[in-house]
Write a protein that binds this ligand. Structure first.
Ligand code: FES
Length: 216
């Protein structure tokens, strides 16, 4: 009996190819890196916007000239004569007083030296905020609420107020706008100086810049 021929080896199967992914038709999902990039960009935009808004807020004048809180211009012709009593500027809530020799040496100032010239006194009593008035016969300001009294230069004479009247900063300018004199603090104290208005064409009273009265 003839021997059987060995069976031929089965042909090798070609490896199967992985099926191709289906063609995508929707949006490509965002990678984590892209997501973080967009978050960073949005934060920068927000931060920049806030910074620009803050800058505009501070740069834009909040008070217009001629309204309380802003600058009031007073023509030289409206400045009261020295020791003639104060003049009220209701819109700016200040009294303009021109202190001459009579009031500069007022003994009621309790030893606090007063400079001669112009001051702009805030109309509001420093006790509890009433509007005080001018009493020409007594040459002083009287507050109707609790009786505080002040000299023409704003020094407390008597009453429950514990300090002198507050003042606004004043600049005396010439016709070209150059500043000739400006309110300062007397000897570094809280006392506002009166300013020389000689040759001034007008005054600029800044009702947004208040100098608190010296404790009396
Ligand atoms: S508010 Fe002026 S004395 Fe009191």
């Amino acid at each position: 009996m003839a021997a059987e021929a060995p069976a031929a080896p089965a042909p090798k199967k070609a490896p199967e190819k992985a099926p191709a992914p289906p063609a995508s038709t929707g949006p490509v999902p965002m990678t984590r890196r892209e997501f973080l990039y967009y978050i960073w960009g949005a934060s920068m935009l927000l931060f920049g916007g806030q910074a620009a808004t803050s800058l505009l807020w501070f740069a834009y004048p909040r008070f217009r000239a001629g309204t309380f809180g802003g600058v009031f211009e007073v023509d030289a012709s409206q400045i009261p004569a020295p020791d003639s009593g104060p003049k009220a500027f209701a819109g700016g809530r200040f009294w303009l007083i021109n202190i001459g020799d009579e009031n500069k040496s007022d003994p009621r100032t309790d030893g606090i030296q007063t400079t001669s010239g112009v001051k702009a006194l805030y109309m509001v009593c420093v006790h509890l905020g009433c509007l005080y008035g001018w009493e020409p016969a007594q040459n002083r300001f009287n507050c109707p609420c609790h009786g505080s009294m002040y000299t023409p230069s704003g020094h407390r004479i008597a009453g429950p107020a514990t300090r002198n009247l507050d003042c606004f900063e004043v600049e005396a300018v010439d016709a070209s706008g150059a500043v000739l004199a400006k309110t300062d603090k007397l000897n570094g104290s809280l006392e506002a100086t009166a300013i020389d208005v000689t040759n001034a064409a007008k005054l600029k009273v800044n009702t947004g810049s208040r100098i608190m009265g010296q404790p009396a």
